[in-house]
Design a protein. Structure first.
Length: 88
């Protein structure tokens, strides 16, 4: 599944941010993501797919990463991101 939510897949579309707001990851409905770091928009961009609550990322530069959503929190490699407006 790419970017869209279906039964059995986590609803991931929207903006996810670290608690300090420094890293902002937008997961778009078209299966693309844009990750900002501080004032640097588009620091990382690429495609993502969702299987259940697991996310696989393929950056436009070719590297890959993974993430998992547990209890409404996105654990993306070493980052912990919250839906915008739901920061801990």
């Amino acid at each position: 599944m790419t970017g869209k939510t279906e039964e059995g897949n986590a609803d991931v579309i929207g903006m996810w941010v670290t608690a300090d707001g420094h890293i902002r990851q937008e997961l778009r409905a078209d299966g693309r993501y844009d990750e900002a770091r501080g004032s640097r928009r588009g620091a990382y961009t690429g495609l993502y797919t969702v299987t259940g609550s697991h996310i696989d990322y393929v950056d436009d530069s070719g590297f890959t990463a993974t993430g998992d959503i547990r209890d409404g929190v996105l654990y993306h490699e070493h980052l912990v991101l919250y839906r915008e407006g739901n920061q801990a």
